[in-house]
Structures are given as C-alpha cells and as structure tokens.
Design a protein. Structure first.
Length: 289
C-alpha cells in the first residue's frame, strides 16, 4: 500500500486544524438568536406582559442551553471540519447530535405557556396539529432521513455548501416533528398517551435507520465517493471509515431511542401509580364514610 508523503499528511493535518478553529457566522448568529430570544421571552417579556407567574425552572433552563450548545458544537469546530471534509464517521456523529440529541433538549427547554401563546391563532394551531401528528412525523422523518442518505443526494450535499445547509435544516425540522409526540410539551397538540403504544412509536422510528446502518456497515464498497476521495487524516481507510459510521448510526442511535423508551415507561408507570393511589384513597374514604 502506498502511503502519502509525510509533508502531504502534515499539510492536510494543518488544514484540518485550521478548519476546526473556524466559526461559521450563520451558526453563531442562529445560536445567539435562539439563546437570547428564549431568555427574553421567559424573562423580561414574561414579566412585562404577565404571561406566566412562575419563572422557568432550572431543569428547563439547563435543557435549553445544553441544546443550543449541542447545536453550536455540531456545526462549528473540529466535528464540523472532520464531517465536511474528511470522515464519514464524524458526519454520522454530527447527524446523531442534530437529530437525536439537540431536538429533545430544546423541546424540554420550552415552557408549555410559551407554546400555547403561539397556538392562539386557529391557522397556526391547525398547522401545528398536522405537523406533529405521529403519522405525519413518522413519514416525514424517514423520507427525509433515508432520502438524504442515498449516495447521489449525500454526495451532492457535501459538494454544495448551500445544499448541505438545506439538508441539515431538513434533518432538524423533521427531528423536532418526530420528538414532539414523545416529549408532548402541551396537550393541545396531537399526542400518543404514555404507555406501550408510544413506546412502539419510538421503536418503529429506529427500524428504517437500523436497516440503513446495517447496509452501510456491511457494504463491501465505498458508497459515498466524496469520502472515498477525501484526504486520509486517520488510520482508517475509506471503507473502514464508512463501516465505523454505519456502526455509529446503528448502536449509539438505537441506544438513544431505547433511553427514550425507558423514560416513557417510567413516566407511564408513575402516572399509573399516581392514579392507583388516588383511587385507593377515594375508596378508603368512601369505606370509612
């Protein structure tokens, strides 16, 4: 096997480091808008307009800012540089963060009263109900996810920066739709009751990505030629990098979904136990009366 000259490898490494230190203005502006907009709405504007009496709790605050931090780190710095220029496996880490980590954190960080204020208009409520319907969310998420992972569309996005931005925006949008019935921040929008049906909904979301990741991992050829031609900055050849990326999509991705299923189970059993306690108390009060 022919190895690149040390000087060439050194130049590639220097370019990777330089890219890793670059901040993208659009991402910085977007994250600042999310952070400062949320702070203004739940703080000064809430108090000025008496939208809610109680301030946002610490848990929601941490969730929101952590979601913004994940978004910032995913689209800036070393991970973004490795994803955009060198490693398919790094790109899979980026997609997991953008689709399976950041959206639920942001949804957990938004108070219910703030969402309800945006749903006061009938047309907004109607559109929101359609977009967060479990069937629509399932279909949109999987069509977008699978569609963008066809080699032609995937390579096109890597070669065209504007198209790559569109890809990421679509990923994040359908991921919010997918996570909405799971987080269920407000009762006014479509939701699946906590219990086996909601757990099956989350499990079903992992089936198409599992099939795709298995296909990528077990492929004997490089599917994404952009990474096949990319400079090598690690000990992985293009096929090994692709297989590692498939495993990252497969195992950590499914573990996140299983964690969500576990959280739903605990939420469901807690609600069931609370209802049982209430019924037991009422029966005891009736018996003693």
């Amino acid at each position: 096997m022919n190895h690149p000259a040390p000087m060439l490898l050194h130049g590639v490494a220097d370019a990777a480091i330089a890219d890793g230190l670059e901040l993208h203005a659009s991402v910085v502006i977007g994250c600042l808008a999310l952070g400062l907009g949320w702070w203004a709405l739940v703080g000064p504007l809430r108090r000025r307009h008496s939208w809610a009496e109680e301030p946002v709790g610490n848990a929601r605050t941490v969730a929101w800012w952590l979601g913004v931090a994940v978004l910032f780190a995913s689209l800036n710095g070393p991970l973004h540089a490795l994803s955009d220029r060198f490693l398919f496996s790094a790109h899979m880490v980026q997609h997991i963060l953008l689709m399976l980590v950041m959206p639920p954190l942001l949804l957990l960080g938004v108070p219910a009263w703030l969402i309800r204020r945006t749903l006061r208009h009938a047309r907004v409520l109607q559109a929101a109900r359609m977009l967060t319907h479990p069937g629509v969310a399932f279909l949109a998420y999987n069509l977008v996810f699978l569609g963008w992972h066809f080699p032609a569309s995937y390579n096109a996005a890597l070669l065209n920066h504007d198209l790559h931005i569109v890809q990421h925006l679509m990923f994040m949008a359908v991921a919010v739709m997918m996570w909405w019935p799971v987080i269920a921040p407000v009762a006014e929008l479509e939701r699946i009751p906590d219990g086996p049906l909601l757990m099956m909904y989350v499990f079903a979301f992992g089936i198409p990505s599992t099939i795709l990741s298995a296909f990528i991992t077990m492929s004997d050829s490089v599917l994404y030629q952009f990474y096949g031609l990319a400079p090598r900055i690690s000990g992985l050849d293009p096929l090994e990098d692709q297989r590692l990326g498939g495993l990252i999509m497969w195992i950590p991705g499914m573990l996140i979904l299983w964690a969500a299923i576990t959280a739903i189970w605990f939420r469901w059993t807690r609600e069931e136990y609370a209802e049982w306690r209430a019924e037991a108390r009422q029966h005891a009060a009736t018996a003693h009366g």
